[in-house]
Structure formats: C-alpha cells, structure tokens
Design a protein around this ligand. Structure first.
Ligand SMILES: Nc1ncnc2c1ncn2[C@@H]1O[C@H](COP(=O)(O)OP(=O)(O)OP(=O)(O)O)[C@@H](O)[C@H]1O
Ligand SMILES: Cc1cn([C@H]2C[C@H](O)[C@@H](COP(=O)(O)O)O2)c(=O)[nH]c1=O
Length: 717
C-alpha cells in the first residue's frame, strides 16, 4: 500500500523482482503450490459431493461443508503452533515435504474412496499447508534487497490469491470436458489426481531453487486471538485500532468485514449443491468459484482506483451493503447464469471492502491521527501498520467465514424446500439452500447498513453527487453553501481595511500574512497583524484550551462557541479599534475557519455557525479573504512541531475542511482570492499584492501629497 492509502498495483509489486532469479523461481513454486491449494479445495468438495450423491441435498450440503470446515479449522486453531514448528525446520526440506505429503494425500482419496478419509485428508492437507505458509512468507523477502521486501510480500500475495481464479477456471473446464463421458465420481478423481500432480510440480520447482535461507520464519499470531483482541480493543470510538493509532469507529469496520465474510462464506458453503439444484453440476460449481475469486481480485485492484478521492469509510460501507444485496439476489433468483454473474459482483464488492478496510485499519489515511500514522511521525511504521491491519482483517474474515460454512448448510437442511404460492396461478420454489442464503443476506444487509451508518464520515453530504464527483470528475464533492441571512447588517466604516488569510494546516497563512504586512507597511500604511484564536489575553487562554491535546471530550458545539468567544473578544478589542483608526488589519484566520472546521469538518450546520459568528462579530466581514489552497497531506507535512488537537484529526476531517473552504470561496467569489499554495512564497506574495492593491485606500488623505510633495510616511503598528 502506498502512503496515500492506495493499494499498489499487483503488477507493480512483481515488476523488477522477476529479474532476481532465486525469487523468480520461488514465486513460480509458490504459484504452483497455491494453485494446488485452491484446486484441492474444489476437488475435495467435489469428491465429497460425489460420494454423497445418493443423499438428499441438505445431507450432501452438510458433508461438503464438513470438508470445507476441515480445511479452514487448522488455520484457526493451529496457526501459531505451525509457525513455531516451521521456524525450527529447514525451509527447502519443509516446502518439498509439504508438497510431497499433499501429493500423497490427494492421490490416496480416490483410492480409499470414503467420506471419512476424504474428511481426514482435507484436514491433513490443510495442516500441512499451515506449515508451508510461514516458510514461504519468510523466504520471499529474504531473497530480495532490503528495500524490496514489502514488494516481495505483495508479490507473494499475488501468487497466493491470484491462483484462486485460475484454479476455479481450470476446475470448471475439466468438469466440462469430462462431463459428457465420466460420472461425478470419476470427474472428482480426475481433479484430485491433477491437483496432486500440481503439488508434485511445485515440489520439483522448490528442489531446483538455489540459495534458499535455511531456517527462521516470521512469528504467526492466532487468528482467533487477533480477531477477538481487535474487536474488543476497537469497539469504543476513542480506542486505538489494532493496526495503528487508529481510533476510528472500528465496530463499524469489524461489522462490515464480518458481513462481507459471512456473505462470501455462505455462498461458498452451498455453491456445490446450489449449482446442482440449478442444473449446473460441477462446471456450475467451478463457474461460481471462478466468478467469486475473479471478482475479489478485480475489486481489490480496481475499487480504490476508480473512486480515488471518495471517502474510504463511505466506500467500505457501500461495498458491504452491495455485497449483501448481491447475496439477496443470489438467494432469490434461482438461475445459474444470474447466480454466477451476481457472485462475480459479490466478489467485486468484497474486494473493494477488503481494500478500503485494510487502508482504514492500517490508519494510513483515516486514522485518528492523520499525521501520526505516517512513518517517522510517531514511531509507527507504515508497513507494520499495514501488516497488522492485514492480519486483523484476515482473522476476522476467516472466523466469520468459518461460522458461515458451519451454519448455512445445516440451516438449509432445517429449512427444507418450500413451494410459495404467488398471485394468480404462479408458484415459487424456495429451496432450503436459497432460504438459508436469504437469511444470511438479510443479516448481512442489516449489519452492512449499520456499518455504513457508523463508518460514514460525510453525514449530511448526499451520496449520489458525492459518488459522481469522485467517479466522473475525480474530486471530492463540496455541497453548496446555504444562504445565510445575516443577523446584523454588514459593519459600516469610514476607514480601515480588513484582510483575512484562510486555509488548512500549514498552507502558508502566517508566512503570507507577514509578507503582506511588510509590503503594506513599506507603502506607508498602518498595519495590525493579528490571528485567531489567541490575539487577546482571554483569547490566548482559549487558544491553549482549544488546541491542547489534553483537552479531550470537548463537544463540537462547545468548541464552536469557544472559537466564537475568542472571535468576539478579538473583534471588540483588536480589530474594530484598529479599523476605526484607519489601519489595515491582516488576520491569520477569521470566521471562515469556523465555517470550514466546525461546520464542514465537524459536520455541523454551517448556517447555524454563520449566524452565531455574525452575532459575535456584529456583522464584521473581511474586505478580502485570501484562501491558500493546499492538499491537507502536503500542509501537514510542512509542519514540524507536534500535532495539536485539531491538526491530529483524521485525514478525512482535513479533506472536508478544504472542501468547505472551496465551497465558501465559490459562494462569494468577489470577496475571495483563491491561490494555489504549492506555488513559491514569492509567487503567492505577488498574486496577493496584485489583489490587495485594488482595494487599498489612498495612504495619505486626498490632496496631502500635492500639498507636501512628500512620499507617504511608513507607520509601524
Ligand atoms: N509556498 C510555500 N512553499 C513551501 N513551504 C512554505 C510555503 N509557504 C510557507 N511554507 C512553509 O510551511 C510551513 C508552514 O507555514 P505557515 O506557518 O506560514 O503556515 P500556516 O498556514 O500559518 O500554518 P498553521 O495552519 O499551522 O497556522 C513553514 O515552515 C513555512 O516556511
Ligand atoms: C479560527 C479557527 C481556528 N480553528 C483551528 C484551525 C487550526 O487547527 C487551529 C489554529 O491553529 P493555527 O496554527 O493558528 O492555524 O484552530 C478552528 O477549528 N476554528 C476556527 O474558527
């Protein structure tokens, strides 16, 4: 993952590493072994189906689910044990032995030809795979230079998960080709033999590997512990995420991941029997598996790219709801073609949810401390954060999928088939499988909607324009600013000019306010430079209170009122007296900061805040507001001092503040000068001076210059 939260393209991860010969060979071996792994899931479940073909659908579904459970359980129960054991073994020997043992187990299944042995073999294959995984995970990064280790990990994942659609496609094709001449049992035998050969090929590829480091693997945490620790420690909004200094409402994230994993697990658990009920047999089963795995890969890769500036939290919430709706469709429309395509969409939604979820849990963009999450700021290493996030999410997903696989087939058995009478003469046959999927879909939909509500960080901003702005224009949607009826008339004054500098953190307001003041003084004006909050004695106390990170639990309304109180004092004691003297007041922030931060940032009603501030300032509006526009990440990176309470807000908060400033500027173009703050300081100053020149009064009362023939005096504030 990149620092901006985008998942790096898989191709980019592998690129360049292929020139490292040992790594390339290991990658081929891992791809083959992963292909064998996914094929073994399909072949063993197909075998279970063939051995129980005389049973009724629910009976058959339960045996197939038992095989899936046997393949999932070792990962949940023994992962740390396998990791510790693998650390002591020679890597090459372990990998070759794992491939050979899996070969032997798969060949034995058709020879023994019994349900009990199929189950046992599935369990043993999964146990051996568990030993193989940590060895391979540690070996890839050890074969590349230090600065490519992350890429090696990513490339490993591409090999492991990229093999899934290939395996499913291969299985489908095999089932189709053998379908005419062979019965289900022979087809399952053929798939098992083919899988065994793939493992043998992987073993051969490993044995040809030069220079594999001998021992030592990365420690493996228990998925159960990871999942439950993460869920416990993040169920309250203010606690840190397991991954990084997160603090996002992770109950929303967890709910979302659980809902998606339940949906996918439910489909997988009954895919074989559902395909049979819909007349698709093994090719149909393979097609469903291919659609799901292809969709997943597509979603992980494409989702975050297509909707670049779209809120990751909204994206995750939407993807979860979309996955649940897909499952609803899969359960109700009993047509194989529709089921295959909808399963593909379910995969896409799950992939998008996974990519957005990893970004969020990794705290790289949307963590509680948007800056702290960057490497070097608070000691959190981006890679560690991402790896922990990956581990946590995978564990939650694994446990939820396991629950679905264990629960859905028996539920289908209990529900049995029903004939529902429709209006007129129509009838609708609701299979037990469909009914079970329907129940999971409803649970997932409710969880998805709840997750969306909890995750949504743009409440009040309509979804459709927000989506369209991101998808079509590649920008964050800024809602139009509501018309505010001023409670007090604009202040009328004879003399003085008021210029405010606005913008996000580190945009250069202080720098430019100072340069403008110097320039104005050079031209003979009395200039008062000031700032908010904290220009008066009371203001300084308020500033300390507002910006101290120790100030916790301050409500949004109280924060708004404190900024308004500071402003009231500022206007009464500094700005107004200066303007009455005829001075030019240059203020670093003013009302628009409250509209942008407390309004857009905190998602409170902007017109309420405008009204409050109009009252606090008796309607004093700047003659000119200079908005320095800079992406929040760049501004925050400019600041070297520790982040204060507001700067520590998540990235999404600062994005909203920026879109708020933009909306305010668009609503009042005459009062605003908007400048790209990434330009040089000198260029920005030049643009500001050009604009200020137009609103300046004559520094010397009209006629004085003619009378005295003197140049205007320079007055210091
Ligand atoms: N145009 C620019 N290009 C690069 N760096 C700049 C530019 N303008 C200011 N800086 C630097 O960015 C940092 C922040 O600038 P400054 O304090 O003026 O920003 P600010 O908007 O007032 O920040 P804050 O929100 O903390 O008040 C300073 O180190 C400053 O030197
Ligand atoms: C006036 C005003 C300010 N803020 C926020 C914006 C900044 O994070 C701090 C001020 O710090 P700076 O370094 O002086 O820019 O306060 C706000 O949220 N609302 C306001 O009205």
């Amino acid at each position: 993952m990149t620092r901006t939260g985008a998942v790096q393209p898989p191709a980019a991860a592998v690129q360049g590493l292929s020139s490292i010969k040992p790594f390339r060979r290991l990658w081929v071996a891992v791809s083959l072994s992963s292909l064998g792994h996914w094929l073994s899931v399909l072949a063993l479940t197909a075998m279970a189906g063939a051995l129980t073909r005389d049973k009724d659908v629910p009976g058959q579904a339960q045996v197939i689910a038992a095989v899936l459970l046997a393949m999932l359980l070792p990962a949940v129960l023994f992962a740390p044990l396998a990791g510790a054991l693998a650390a002591r073994l020679d890597r090459r020997t372990t990998m070759i032995a794992a491939d050979v043992v899996r070969f032997a187990l798969l060949v034995s299944v058709p020879l023994v030809d019994s349900v009990a042995w199929t189950l046992a073999a599935a369990f043993l294959v999964a146990c051996v795979t568990l030993l193989w995984i940590p060895v391979v995970s540690a070996s890839g990064p050890d074969l590349v230079p230090d600065d490519r280790r992350d890429d090696a990990r990513r490339a490993g994942r591409v090999a492991a998960y990229g093999a899934a659609p290939v395996a499913a496609g291969l299985f489908s094709v095999l089932a189709l080709i053998a379908g005419g001449a062979w019965d289900a049992a022979d087809r399952a035998d053929l798939a098992l033999y083919l899988t065994a050969v793939v493992f043998l090929a992987s073993g051969a590829a490993v044995s040809a590997l030069p220079g594999l480091p001998s021992t030592g693997v990365v420690p493996v945490s228990s998925p159960l512990r990871l999942a439950f620790q993460g869920l416990r420690s993040t169920s309250s909004k203010d606690e840190a995420s397991p991954a990084a200094g997160g603090g996002m409402p992770l109950s929303g994230l967890a709910l979302g991941v659980i809902a998606v994993a339940l949906s996918c697990g439910a489909v997988i658990s009954v895919a074989r029997v559902y395909a049979r009920e819909l007349g698709g047999g093994d090719p149909g089963y393979g097609a469903i598996a291919t659609a799901l795995s292809l969709g997943l890969g597509f979603g992980v890769f494409l989702g975050p790219r297509v909707l670049g500036p779209f809120s990751r939290r909204r994206l995750l919430g939407l993807a979860v709801v979309a996955a649940a709706l897909d499952l609803l469709l899969i359960s109700l429309v009993q047509n194989l073609v529709v089921v295959v395509f909808t399963t593909g969409f379910l995969g896409v939604a799950a992939g998008v949810a996974y990519a957005a979820g990893t970004t969020l849990a990794g705290g790289e963009r949307d963590g509680h401390d948007g800056r702290g999450a960057h490497p070097g700021h608070d000691g959190h290493d981006g890679h560690d954060g991402h790896e922990r996030a990956f581990g946590y999410l995978s564990s939650v997903a694994l446990v939820a999928a396991l629950v679905a696989v264990a629960a859905v087939p028996p539920l289908a058995g209990v529900l049995r088939d029903h004939r529902v009478k429709l209006l007129g003469d129509g009838v609708y046959d609701l299979h037990g499988t469909s009914a079970a999927l329907l129940i999971v879909a409803v649970v997932a939909l409710l969880s998805g909607l709840l997750a969306y509500r909890r995750l949504d960080d743009r409440r009040g901003i309509p979804l459709l324009p927000d989506l369209t702005a991101a998808a079509l224009r590649g920008e964050t949607y800024a809602p139009p600013v509501p018309e505010v009826a001023p409670v007090a008339p604009r202040v009328v004054r004879d003399r003085g000019v008021f210029i405010a500098f606005e913008g996000g953190e580190g945009a250069g307001k202080t720098t430019q306010a100072r340069l403008a003041a110097i320039w104005l003084r050079d031209h003979g004006f009395e200039v008062v430079t000031t700032r908010e909050p904290g220009a008066t004695k009371t203001g300084m106390r308020l500033r300390a209170l507002l910006l101290d990170r120790e100030t916790t639990g301050l409500s949004d309304r109280a924060e708004t009122l404190l900024y308004a109180a500071d402003r009231a004092d500022h206007v009464a004691n500094v700005i107004r007296p200066a303007m009455e003297r005829g001075a030019i007041v240059v203020s670093d922030r003013y009302i628009d900061s409250s509209l942008a931060y407390q309004g857009f940032g905190r998602q409170q009603r902007v017109d309420d805040i405008a009204r409050l501030n109009a009252w606090a300032t008796a309607g004093l509006v700047p003659d000119l507001t200079v908005l320095l526009e800079l992406p929040p990440e760049d501004g925050l990176n400019r600041i070297t001092s520790p982040a204060d309470r507001i700067e520590s807000e998540p990235q999404a908060f600062h994005e909203r503040v920026l879109s708020g400033f933009r909306a305010l500027a668009e609503a009042e173009p005459d009062r605003y000068l908007v400048i790209d703050a990434s330009l040089s300081q000198a260029e920005i100053s030049r643009q500001i001076q050009d604009r200020i020149r137009a609103i300046l009064p004559d520094p010397i009362p009209a006629g004085t210059e003619d009378v005295t023939s003197t140049f205007p005096a320079i007055t210091d504030a």
